[in-house]
Design a protein around this ligand. Structure first.
Ligand code: 2P0
Length: 337
């Protein structure tokens, strides 16, 4: 009876995945960097098959509400990990950040679980290390953005003419990144820690039949080529323009879908406008958002002290309970047991 325990970070997309087809295939490619401190830690124990396929606890407490999602995941990865059929999976998971706060907890959780399963598979096959491509493909079948979290640094998911080894089925690590960007900081302003009004799954669905979908997917393809060049060059101000355009395009899709919805809160807009203003005055600072109201401040490590002064002086008042998280580009999942 073996136990596999992995931590996996969340990630923040710079070119956004929004829209999917088939079984968890992306409508356009995306690029993200993996975080360092926003982590899930997941343990998997495989025991002889009992009646139930899965027993799930979250922070040690039984949470049967998550079991259907895990069962769907197991159905989808059955062809990749057939040995799981003979076992009941006992899973415990915990996060270092608030659940459903708009920080992609499904990404870190599904990545951590996939790393556990890939480790179990590697053991059976007599391999020393889990196959990260397999882990990424499994993670994708749990939650799209999760497939980007199985690697550290910068990651690309989705077929693109700009990278030969790219695939819709799994993410790949990006190797040609300017050294200054390997230490980028991400300070996440928790403007709204509540549950999301609209799930990402519904948001993705609303891209089907969206009047601007084709143009958005074309734009994302173009941005991937541009972003790959910018990540190599190391020009932060040029990268910043692209990061913001992507974030605002994502939210524009939400605001123009049928039904439409808006995840910005007044505090999100205030921060966004102030960041744009300060950058126009020469400050190396940009923002992005996930499918939520929280604003991720992205900036080079060299500016950290100044930006943190600004956070404490100007932005903390927009954060619910004054809460924010200081994170940065991280090195990916770690086995801890
Ligand atoms: C992303 N997001 O690229 C985009 C940007 C949120 C905004 O992927 O349905 O949880 O599990 O595949 O990955 C959030 O959607 O959706 C997401 P599913 P997921 O990070």
């Amino acid at each position: 009876m073996s136990t596999y325990t992995w931590t996996s970070p969340s990630n923040i997309a710079l070119v956004k995945y929004w829209g999917k087809h088939g079984v968890q295939l992306p409508a356009n490619p995306s690029i993200s960097f993996t975080l360092d401190k926003c982590l899930s830690q997941t343990s998997l124990q495989l025991v002889d098959r009992e009646e139930e396929r899965v027993r799930f606890t979250f922070e040690g407490e039984e949470r049967s509400g998550f079991v259907p999602k895990i069962e769907t995941f197991l159905d989808r990865i059955g062809h990749l990990a057939p040995f799981l059929q003979d076992h009941t999976l006992i899973i415990d998971s915990e996060n270092t950040f608030p659940h459903s706060s708009g920080i992609a907890s499904s990404a870190s959780a599904m990545s951590a679980l996939s790393m556990c399963i890939a480790s179990a598979w590697a053991d059976r096959e007599g391999q020393d290390e889990p196959d990260l491509k397999l882990a990424s493909e499994m993670a994708r079948l749990g939650s799209g953005s999760a497939c980007r979290s199985v690697y550290g640094g910068f990651t690309l998911w989705g077929d693109t003419e700009h990278l030969e080894r790219s695939s819709d089925s799994y993410a790949v690590p990006l190797e040609q990144i300017h050294p200054d960007f390997l230490t980028l900081q991400d300070t996440i302003l928790l403007i709204d820690e509540g549950e999301k009004q609209v799930s990402s799954t519904l948001g993705h669905d609303l891209m089907n039949g969206h009047p601007y979908a084709r143009a958005r997917f074309d734009q994302a393809h173009t941005h991937i080529g541009d972003m790959l060049g910018l990540l190599k060059d190391g020009d932060f101000m040029a990268l910043a323009e692209m990061i913001e355009r992507e974030a605002l395009s994502l939210h524009a899709m939400m605001m123009s879908s049928d039904p439409h919805f808006m995840l910005f809160k007044p505090g999100s807009v205030s921060v966004i406008q102030r960041v744009m203003e300060m950058r126009s005055q020469g400050l190396e600072l940009t923002f992005t958002l996930d499918a939520g109201a929280n604003v991720h401040l992205i900036y080079p490590e060299s500016g950290a002290q100044k930006i943190m002064d600004i956070v404490r002086e100007e932005f903390i008042g927009y954060c619910q309970n004054g809460a924010y998280i200081c994170d940065n580009v991280g090195s990916g999942p770690q086995r801890v047991g």
